[in-house]
Write a protein that binds this ligand. Structure first.
Ligand SMILES: NC(=O)C1=CN([C@@H]2O[C@H](COP(=O)(O)OP(=O)(O)OC[C@H]3O[C@@H](n4cnc5c(N)ncnc54)[C@H](O)[C@@H]3O)[C@@H](O)[C@H]2O)C=CC1
Ligand SMILES: O=C(O)[C@H](O)CS(=O)(=O)O
Length: 476
């Protein structure tokens, strides 16, 4: 049985308290990880603090380490993909895509390590400052605490750790308790790539305990988090005046206008509503369809949904695997029952077998139903009728969240009207809400969080701008 200690100051350390990590489809124990104590967390933060205080590694060394890690990750794709599939329930073919995305994320972050700079400031243009020369530099914030969720256990960790290292910081990483093995392997890749001790520390354990101990440690300079809004709000509250980047939930909407390419819109919506069993924060959840094409679209969507293969995530043919837990699948089932009891029409799905929840399409829903107004984070999608584009835009904006949205239309005017008026961090035209290239700025407004990820943007959030002014003629 594989066992992983925590990783502190350059060495793997067993703590004596263990937590089993299970295959989310079979329930079998895959491995065990060490659970950090309060003292272990303090030691991990201290190691990062001392590394940060030694000053950043040279930029070229940071570049070389990240690109070497990219190469090692490329060599270990299958091991990572099978680990992700086993511990998170993500279908193997999606897990392989996640690894390829993390290769991109490491590459982009390494390249950013060579592009961190300030600029000249024309201070001499200010009255009385004729004899001064000014410029800015970008300095690492210091110790970055990265807290990542279960649904993309590799790429969402990479989106925090790699830019933090690229920017010259030291990191303490806490992965989701359900998916720690991928984080351990990512840590090993960075160590094998030559990352010196102290710059990356990894602690395992329940968020409510280990997470809270991290939030209480004053030696941490910044928190970068992806996960539920409730935890995000807790991190914001506990961070005080320290910087935070929060990637929180969403109930992503897609508009399908009457001039849309209907078959394409239905195919993409089905693919992106049920990927990772809907456990994607930009997963398609609300589809607003213009009334003239509603029946035709719904038929196409149901057909594409019913063609999906549900089962063992390690089976290469599986399209939809188990949710992260049977409890989460039962919650989704309850929400679907609430909708149907409230008058919604079940077009397909709605049944559960343990953690497996059948891809579900609901029509005739109301905005007050949980499957519409909350983040369902399950393989459930709703189809909602509209008449005018104004009505659709207003319905999309009637949400606590604002991460990403999509619109299908052949009209540039309609597309730009929607892009301008929908309150989200990103609008995808002739695509679903789920489109993301890892180099894009990524983040939301309203209840979906604050700050932006994407290596270029994360590096900006993980550095401080400092201005330096030289008085060339001495004080007068
Ligand atoms: N915006 C986005 O990109 C994403 C959002 N999510 C959201 O997260 C939820 C599911 O993912 P989970 O991993 O279960 O989210 P979660 O919020 O329960 O956990 C996320 C991370 O926070 C940690 N955590 C839990 N309690 C903590 C505390 N008191 N202090 C510090 N850290 C703590 C967890 O251990 C985990 O590492 C979904 O409801 C979805 O809303 C999930 C993935 C991506
Ligand atoms: O949080 C998520 O679910 C991810 O950010 C979505 S993506 O990065 O895979 O697009």
């Amino acid at each position: 049985m594989d066992r992983y200690g925590i990783f502190v100051d350059g060495s793997w350390q067993e703590t004596g308290e263990w937590e089993d990590v299970r295959n989310k489809f079979t329930g079998e124990v895959l491995a065990r990880v060490s659970v950090a104590s309060r003292e272990d967390v303090a030691r991990a933060v201290r190691a990062a603090r001392l590394a940060a205080d030694r000053g950043p590694l040279p930029a070229y060394q940071r570049y070389e380490i990240l690109l070497r890690a990219r190469d090692l990750l490329t060599e270990r794709v299958e091991d990572f993909a099978r680990t992700i599939a086993a511990e998170s329930g993500k279908p193997l073919k999606e897990a392989r895509v996640e690894v390829s995305r993390a290769v991109q994320t490491l590459t982009l972050s390494g390249e950013e390590a060579k592009r961190i700079h300030g600029e000249g400031v024309p201070v001499e243009a200010a009255p009385g400052a004729e004899n001064r020369l000014a410029f800015t530099i970008r300095a690492p914030v210091g110790v970055v605490c990265a807290i990542s969720p279960f649904n993309f256990p590799l790429n969402l960790a990479a989106h925090k750790i790699a830019p933090a290292l690229a920017a010259g910081n030291a990191v303490v990483h806490k992965p989701a308790g359900t998916t720690p093995l991928t984080a351990a392997k990512l840590c090993q890749v960075l160590v094998d790539a030559g990352l010196p001790p102290g710059y990356l520390n990894l602690v395992f354990g329940p968020g409510a305990r280990v997470g809270d101990w991290l939030l209480e440690d004053p030696e941490i300079d910044m928190y970068t988090f992806t996960g539920s809004p409730a935890i995000g709000e807790r991190i914001k509250a506990k961070s005080g005046l320290r910087r935070v980047t929060l990637e929180l939930g969403n109930n992503s909407a897609v508009i399908v206008h009457k001039d849309a390419e209907l078959a394409t819109a239905a195919r993409l919506s089905a693919a992106r509503a049920f990927a990772n069993a809907g456990q994607v924060c930009i997963s398609v959840q609300r589809i607003y369809v213009q009334k003239d094409i509603l029946d035709a679209f719904s038929d196409e969507l149901v057909r594409a949904t019913q063609a999906l293969k549900v089962g063992d995530p390690l089976d290469p043919g599986t399209d939809v695997g188990p949710m992260i837990s049977e409890a989460e699948a039962a919650r989704a089932e309850d929400w679907v029952h609430e909708a149907v009891e409230g008058g919604a029409k079940l077009l397909t799905g709605g049944t559960r077998e343990g953690p497996l929840f059948q891809p579900t399409v609901l029509a005739d829903v109301h905005a007050s139903m949980k499957v519409v107004c909350n983040e369902v984070f399950a393989p459930v999608v709703t189809v909602i009728r509209y008449d005018t584009i104004d009505e659709a835009i207003e319905a999309v904006n009637d949400s606590h969240y604002g991460l990403q949205a999509g619109i299908f239309t052949e009209s540039l005017e309609v597309a730009m009207e929607a892009a301008r008026r929908i309150r989200v961090g990103g609008v995808m035209v002739n695509d679903t809400s789920s489109f993301r290239a890892d180099l894009m700025p990524y983040g939301g407004v309203k209840g979906s969080g604050m700050g932006r990820e994407g290596p270029k943007y994360a590096v900006e959030e993980m550095t401080d701008l400092k201005v330096i002014v030289l008085n060339l003629k001495g004080a007068r």
